[in-house]
Design a protein around this ligand. Structure first.
Ligand code: GTP
Ligand code: MG
Length: 316
């Protein structure tokens, strides 16, 4: 008996033709998993099909999606292989468990001049190093929302690492974005660039600045968070799929609701809070010293360390 065509895309589902599929994609329903978890009446409305047809499509989507289990040992073995990028400072590497992890999002938040961008520059160089020297032998996609990318700083840091500065700069794909739409699209379209160039680090500096500027007032908050959520999911997807590190910088605001302790809160609410696997809070100290606090990590205890911003980059 001839086997039925394997269902791989939403248009392969019974009752979903090209027209319905494009209607669904337009509202963000672009995968079988999404269809599989939709109430049939919603699918019917979004795709412009009958509820009966929608029920069949949902069932077919559920049957076609698989859940893959693996044992804890397999996860453990995989975790041991996870690539890490050195931050330049041994103490900071230790604080975050051996360096900035590939396959994950790391966020650094803090006030101006706390060193968020400088740490990003250091990572841009260090990711290019051989594995034994704390790199991933990869290239960088740098998404700049604030025009604070400084090639001369990359050159200085590269020289200090023994990398030819021009070569270091040629391994960085730089995009200046002016709107949240451009920011989102840059990530949406990054797959090919990443694959063809062995990109192992994406920097978004800063993640929230444009979102904050474009969506003003309470009324806009829902829309902002919705777009932000989509953007973060894409970045996490890129991190997973290409096993690369995502480094986001974020600004802070003073939260007058906090009476005791440090009232500084990162922007972006719950969506940002849940986005990063690791969150770092950076504070200015004396002269070139900066205090980095590990706020949130699935496997490392909270703690602090001191780093220095020097001409040659980040140091312990
Ligand atoms: P915002 O983007 O404004 O929120 O700040 P940021 O946290 O990104 O700050 P950034 O990483 O740009 O850090 C700026 C600090 O780094 C300033 O205090 C600079 O003096 C310092 N800095 C930048 N370049 C050098 C350098 O070549 N040598 C030294 N020693 N310090 C530097
Ligand atoms: Mg900055």
């Amino acid at each position: 008996m001839a086997k039925e065509k394997k269902i791989q895309e939403i248009e392969d589902l019974p009752g979903i033709g090209e027209v319905s599929a494009s209607k669904l994609r337009a509202v963000g329903v672009d995968s079988l998993d999404k269809v599989a978890t939709m109430p049939p009446h919603e699918l019917a409305e979004a795709a412009g099909i009958s509820t009966d047809a929608a029920k069949k499509a949902v069932q077919a989507a559920q049957e076609s999606t698989t859940v893959n289990y693996e044992t804890g040992n397999a996860v453990s073995e995989r975790r041991a292989q996870v690539g890490k990028i050195s931050t330049g400072a041994a103490d900071l590497d230790e604080l975050i468990g051996g360096g900035m992890e590939a396959g994950a999002i790391t966020e650094a938040y803090g006030k101006f001049a706390s060193g968020k961008t400088q740490l990003g520059f250091q990572l841009c160089v260090d990711v290019q190093l051989p594995k034994e020297d704390g790199g991933l032998e990869g290239k960088v996609l740098f998404i700049d929302t604030e025009s604070t990318f400084r090639p001369e700083r990359i050159s200085e840091i590269a020289k200090a690492r023994g990398i030819n500065p021009e070569k270091a700069l040629s391994n960085i794909f730089y995009v200046r974005v002016q709107t949240t739409d451009q920011q989102i699209l840059t990530a949406e379209r990054a797959d090919k660039l990443i694959q063809e160039n062995n990109i192992k680090l994406i920097v978004v500096d800063s993640m929230m600045a444009l979102f904050r500027a474009e969506f003003i007032g309470r009324g806009a908050l829902g829309e902002r968070q919705g777009k932000l959520n989509m953007h973060i999911h894409k970045l996490q997807g890129l991190a997973d799929k290409h096993n690369l590190a995502v480094y986001l910088t974020n600004q802070v605001m003073d939260n007058p609701g906090i009476l005791f302790g440090d009232p500084t809160t990162p922007i972006g609410g719950n969506i940002m809070a849940h986005a990063a696997t690791t969150r770092l809070y950076m504070r200015k100290s004396k002269e070139e010293k900066r205090i980095v606090r590990l706020i949130d990590s699935p496997n490392m205890p909270e703690g602090e360390c001191v780093i220095k911003i020097t001409r040659d980059g980040i140091k312990s």
